[in-house]
Structure formats: structure tokens, C-alpha cells
Design a protein around this ligand. Structure first.
Ligand code: WTA
Length: 659
């Protein structure tokens, strides 16, 4: 059962959009699905030949001999940056705007495809001049900027594998990722500017690679964004503008194997340590392009805007790679939706005449609140008539938020693509097609052609529609995760568990299909992963951060439903000293929240902290998380607590410490 099962409203694709759409009817969609069913490899081979530029064509489409380490287009060679940039220059897009960059303070810079090509080539040559080469890993810790995208593309051009770390992660999180990836260089900026505030990225990098644990990092390249004070360490730190100063504006791409790792992106899993999700070159780029065409129906005249950060997978696929590979014009935004006021997104859509807008439900929900409070920042106050398509990503969108988005932003004529996907899937998996699929608020509807998604029980048997179960993908697809960097065993265990036969992909989400339509609704994670404001976080990660504090003896973290952020973090803590109360409790709670921000990053700060003399445990010592979730919600405990060792502490754990 899910809250959306009663949802009966259906919204049809607008006729005018459907007529011109890449996939223009359910019949067209079904025909594509049938083509994939009938000749799976042939389906993908054709698309890979039509969409990618191959330096050396592939002869084998899918190699399953070492499953689940699937290999796609194995013997082909190509270069991702060549596909994104050079191809556009050859096809008449040299003077087309690739990026409309709007800075936090509103300053606008336009970058054409030929500018982009030149910048990427210079940066690539600069990286080479430092001895960075194919197969090396480079960590990118950058603000939202043209330079951030250029850095990613430059790595791709020389075959270096990048790992972008979101600018909101702490020095410690950054350090863990640098070590795990074994990066030879870090690319950063002096400072990041968001909402009028400056954040010192370079100082955080210095802290992260301080001492000898990161002595394999040879260089730190610093983009001067604000001119703020930074310390430059001799022989290690270099200004970006100096690195590229005399570099030629052309750089022969490094042709790499289809399976060459384009990037590693760390994401949270059930255990404490973040997983380095490794993606390929060819399969990943193919899917980035196809989903730009199918899901976003991208046309040469579109102005595309994805509001994600390049530190997350959405910013990889739908900012740094997808839009460029299909020759689109896109908006890139440095700032936050609420600065200088909560009308910023609407103002930017109007100003740049955005036609496609892709954002997260959390942003929508917070802008609904803001518009309710202040009519001046209501989307109806802005001219949003350029929009033709809206998208949602990162978390379930509740039907109320969907309706508001549809009415007030889309003016009831823009389809909403509710795209379900994950860091591991590389691109969209289950989503409406804007010219084909009748939409139901709160449902991501149907899998894209070629994606064999299904709902099964714990042993892998198909479940009938209407019955909730676990979401799997039964066949490998080109943009899937290839492995967990440095930990192939964990890759197998996490995504291809033996209980399901070892060959089908376990998404980690629950799902249910509608009785009548077969539409998918995602029911939430089935593991210990939280989704706070569309940011993925492991409960264990936060628990380990808490217990690393000298005051803490034990901690358990659970998610609590939150109107705006989807879920919020609730931490139950046992201290080494006696359970605090009053002012002392407030102070310690504040200290612990700040501690987690320092250990992981501000996004991981628990919203609520509760102290107990102990945690609710079974007689065998297992923490009863189910109970903690009920307590977090403030609900009455109805379940059987007879196995509970210490029922008295439940009362204590009801008290929230206000900080
Ligand atoms: C959740 C973000 C419902 C889901 C692209 C998934 C969604 C996790 C949706 C991946 C959606 C993402 N509806 N849930 N449209 N999109 N999710 O790796 O739980 O940051 O497993 O990738 O977000 O988050 P990640």
C-alpha cells in the first residue's frame, strides 16, 4: 500500500508537444519496448552506432561472460569530450551558446560551443603539462561554474577519471574520497559563493590533504572565483589561469576503450563507508544522450535548465555531459533558489526564456511555502510562458506538490517528467515520456525502452500488479554502474545479491505497480539510506560520525517524514556521561550537530537529537530501529515490545531537545 494508490487524476500529454516529440505516442513507446524485447543487443547496437562517434567501431555489443561485471561495446574506442564538443563544431554549432551561466549575484556569461571547446582543450593541455594522464584519478571540488564543467570535460578529454565531490562535504569526507580514489590532483576554487555567502573551498582542501595520508596528491589547481585570501603551497598549488595560460587551444583527444572509467562518484550505502560508483565512457554517454532526447524531448531551439549541482549524478548526466552531447543550450546557475528572494528560479526562467526546467521536489515544496507567504515570489507573478516541459528528480514528488508545479509553473500545459533513477543507473530509468505517457501525479509511470524494470519478492519472483515489493532491473543496460571503485565484492553483494540469482540489479528501492495501468510508484528505500532534500545519506555514516565524538557512547539514526525535505534526520544518542537535560542537553545537542557537519558536511546534520540512558534493544542486543522510527514520528507504539530489553527508556526517547 502506498499513499498514491488512490491517485486517480490523469493528465494527457499536450497535443502540440506530442506532435513534434521524439517519442510521440504510447504506440511509438510500445514499439520501442518491443524492439528491445525482440533483439536486445540489436536494439542497443543500433542506438550506439547512431548516437555516438566511434574512433574505432565496436563489433561486440554486450559481453556477459564475467557477469555481473557487464561490458558494453567492449572493443570500440571513442572519446567522451570529442563526442560532446568537437562534434558540435563539425555540425554547425560552433557559435551556438552552450552555457548561459548566471552567477550568484546575477552576472551573466554566455559560452559558445567553440569557447567551450577551446577552454576544455587548454585545460586538458594544462593537465597534461602536469603529467596527468589516462587512468589517473582527479578529484574536483568546485562550485557550480563553467570551470567545473570544463574541468570534468578536460579530464574526459585526456582519459583521466574524475571524481567530483559536492562542495558541501567536509574536509574529512573530501579526504576519504581523495584517499579511496587515489587522486593525483585536486581541482578546486578559492571560494564558493552561494546566497551571498562565501565558503572557503581551498582551505577545506588544505585541511583534507594535510599531513602524509594524501601525499600521492601532487597538485592542487585553484580557480580564482572571488579573489579571497588563500594560502598557496609551493610546488603543490597552482592557479588555474596560470596552468592554462600558454596552452594551445587544441588538444587531440585520448581515444579510450568503451569501458574506460569516465568517472567515480561517491554515494551513500547501507554501511558506513561511501561507495565509489564507477561509470563507463560509451554506455554512460549513450544513455545521457538518449534520455536527453526521449525524456526531455530536446530540440535545437530549447533552453534547458537542470538546477542540480555538478557534485551529484544529476549534475553529471544532465549538466556536464548530456546537454553538451546533444548540442543543447543550457542554463548553469551558481546560486540558491532563495537568494536574493524565493522568486529567483522564476525570474531566471523568464529572463533566459527557459523551455525545459528540471528540479527536485524539495525545491518545489520550499518554493510553495515561500509563495504562500509572499505573493511577490509566486510563479504567477513571472512570465513563464517559454516553458514547455517540467521535470522532477531525486525523491518522490507528492501529488500536492506535483499539482502545484503543474498549475503554477507549467500553467497546465507542460508535462511533468517524474524521473526515477540513481547514481548507479547513470540516467533516467522509469519516467513518463512527455509526448506519449498519460501522467498520474506521484507516479514515475513506465520504464524507458530497453530498461527491464520489475517488482519482485525477496527471492526474485515477479509480483502481480498491486502488490508492493522490491524494484529490480532484469537485464544489464549500457549506463549501469560497472563496479564499486576498489571493491568488486561489495559491488556484487550490494547490487547483484545471490538471493536474486546474482544477475539482476537490485535498486535498493521498494515499488508497487498500479493494478490497472501497470504504472510504477516508488515506495522508498528498503535499506538504511535516507533521502533528505534529495540528498542521499546512509544512517550508518551519520551514526559513525556521532560515535566518533568523545562524549557519545552509542547512537542510532532514523529518517522521519518531513513536509519540505521529504525526510529529516533524527538521532537517538546515549552519552558516556549521565543523560543530560535542560540547558546541558541543548548545548550538547548543538555540539553534536556541529560535529556531524564537520565530520560529513552540513547536509548530514541531524534535525532532531534525543538522549536516552540506552537505546531500545532486543534481548540479543539488536537495536530496534522500527521502534525508533515510530518514536521519531511521535506516534503511539502499537507493536509488540515484549522482546524489548529495557522498555523504560522509550519514555526518555520521546523528548526532543530543541536547539
Ligand atoms: C530516490 C538521484 C522517487 C530513490 C538521481 C533512489 C526517487 C535515490 C526518484 C537515488 C523519483 C530518485 N521518485 N524516488 N523520481 N528519483 N529517487 O543516487 O530512493 O542521489 O534510490 O540519484 O533517490 O538517489 P541518487
Amino acid at each position: 500500500m502506498t499513499i498514491h494508490e488512490s491517485e486517480m487524476r490523469v493528465f494527457l500529454p499536450p497535443v502540440a508537444l506530442a506532435e513534434r516529440a521524439t517519442v510521440s505516442s504510447m504506440e511509438a513507446y510500445t514499439a520501442m519496448c518491443t524492439a528491445a524485447d525482440e533483439d536486445y543487443e540489436g536494439f542497443w547496437a543500433k542506438l550506439a552506432n547512431e548516437n555516438l562517434h566511434w574512433h574505432k567501431p565496436f563489433t561486440k555489443t554486450l559481453n556477459e561472460s564475467d557477469a555481473p561485471f557487464y561490458r558494453w561495446f567492449d572493443d570500440g574506442r571513442l572519446n567522451v569530450s570529442y563526442n560532446c564538443l568537437d562534434r558540435n563544431l563539425q555540425h554547425g554549432n560552433a557559435d551556438k551558446t552552450a552555457v548561459i551561466f548566471e552567477a550568484d549575484d546575477g552576472e551573466i556569461t554566455n559560452i559558445t560551443y567553440s569557447d567551450m571547446h577551446e577552454r576544455v582543450c587548454q585545460f586538458a593541455n594544462g593537465l597534461k603539462s602536469l603529467g596527468i594522464k589516462k587512468g589517473d584519478r582527479v578529484v574536483i571540488y568546485m562550485p557550480m561554474s563553467v570551470e567545473g564543467i570544463v574541468a570534468m570535460q578536460a579530464c574526459a578529454r585526456i582519459g583521466a577519471t574524475h571524481s567530483v565531490v559536492f562542495g558541501g562535504f567536509s574536509a574529512k569526507s573530501l579526504q576519504e574520497r581523495i584517499i579511496d580514489a587515489g587522486a593525483v590532483a585536486v581541482i578546486t576554487a578559492d571560494e564558493q559563493v552561494r546566497g551571498g555567502k562565501r565558503l572557503p573551498l581551498k582551505t577545506i582542501v588544505d585541511e583534507a590533504i594535510n599531513g602524509d595520508v594524501c601525499d600521492f596528491v601532487r597538485n592542487v589547481i585553484v580557480y580564482r572565483r572571488t579573489g579571497g585570501d588563500v594560502e598557496m603551497i609551493a610546488d603543490r598549488d597552482l592557479w588555474l589561469h596560470e596552468v592554462i595560460a600558454d596552452q594551445p587551444a587544441d588538444c587531440e583527444p585520448e581515444w579510450v576503450d568503451a569501458e574506460h572509467p569516465l568517472f567515480i562518484l561517491y554515494t551513500s550505502g547501507s554501511t558506513g563507508k561511501p561507495k565509489g560508483v564507477q561509470h563507463s565512457s560509451a554506455g554512460y554517454l549513450l544513455w545521457a544522450m538518449l534520455t536527453m532526447k526521449w525524456t526531455f524531448d530536446i530540440k535545437p531551439t530549447d533552453i534547458f535548465w537542470c538546477t542540480a549541482d555538478i557534485g551529484w549524478v544529476t549534475g553529471h548526466t544532465y549538466i556536464a555531459y548530456g546537454p553538451l552531447a546533444v548540442g543543447a543550450t543550457q542554463i548553469v546557475f551558481e546560486g540558491v533558489p532563495t537568494y536574493p528572494n524565493a522568486g529567483r528560479f522564476w525570474d531566471m526562467i523568464a529572463k533566459h526564456k527557459a523551455t525545459i526546467f528540471y528540479t527536485a521536489p524539495t525545491a518545489i515544496r520550499s518554493l510553495i511555502k515561500a509563495a504562500d507567504a509572499d505573493a511577490e515570489v509566486h510563479p504567477k507573478k513571472y512570465d513563464l510562458s517559454s516553458l514547455r516541459l517540467l521535470g522532477s528528480v531525486g525523491e518522490p514528488i507528492n501529488p500536492e506538490a506535483w499539482m502545484w508545479y503543474y498549475r503554477n509553473v507549467g500553467n497546465e500545459h507542460c508535462p511533468i517528467v517524474d524521473t526515477f533513477w540513481q547514481t548507479e543507473t547513470g540516467g533516467h530509468m522509469i519516467t513518463p515520456l512527455p509526448g506519449a505517457t498519460p501522467m498520474v501525479p506521484g507516479s514515475c509511470t513506465m520504464p524507458l525502452p530497453g530498461i527491464m524494470a520489475a517488482v519482485v519478492d525477496e527471492t526474485g519472483n515477479d509480483l502481480p500488479n498491486g502488490q508492493g515489493g522490491i524494484l529490480v532491473v532484469k537485464r544489464p543496460w549500457p549506463s549501469m554502474i560497472r563496479t564499486i571503485w576498489g571493491d568488486p565484492e561489495r559491488f556484487k553483494k550490494s547490487y547483484f545479491p545471490e538471493e536474486l540469482g546474482g544477475k539482476i540489479y537490485l535498486a535498493g528501492d521498494g515499488a508497487v505497480r498500479n493494478d490497472k495501468t501497470g504504472y510504477f510508484t516508488i515506495t522508498g528505500r528498503i535499506d538504511d539510506v535516507l533521502n533528505v532534500s534529495g540528498h542521499r545519506m546512509g544512517t550508518m555514516e551519520i551514526e559513525s560520525a556521532l560515535v566518533a565524538n568523545p562524549l557519545v557512547a552509542e547512537a542510532a539514526v532514523v529518517g522521519k517524514p518531513d513536509e519540505t525535505t521529504g525526510e529529516s534526520i533524527c538521532a537517538f544518542v546515549v552519552l558516556k556521561r549521565a543523560r543530560p537535560s535542560g540547558e546541558e542537553a541543548r548545548q550538547i545537542a548543538k555540539e553534536l550537530r556541529d560535529w556531524v557537519a564537520r565530520e560529513i558536511g552540513p547536509i548530514a546534520k541531524p534535525k532532531e537529537i534525543r538522549f536516552g540512558d540506552n537505546l531500545p534493544k532486543t534481548r540479543s542486543g539488536k537495536i530496534m530501529r522500527r521502534l525508533l522510527r515510530v518514536l521519531a514520528k511521535g506516534e503511539q507504539i502499537t507493536q509488540d515490545i515484549s522482546t524489548l530489553e529495557n522498555p523504560a527508556i522509550l519514555q526518555q526517547l520521546k523528548t526532543v531537545v530543541t536547539t
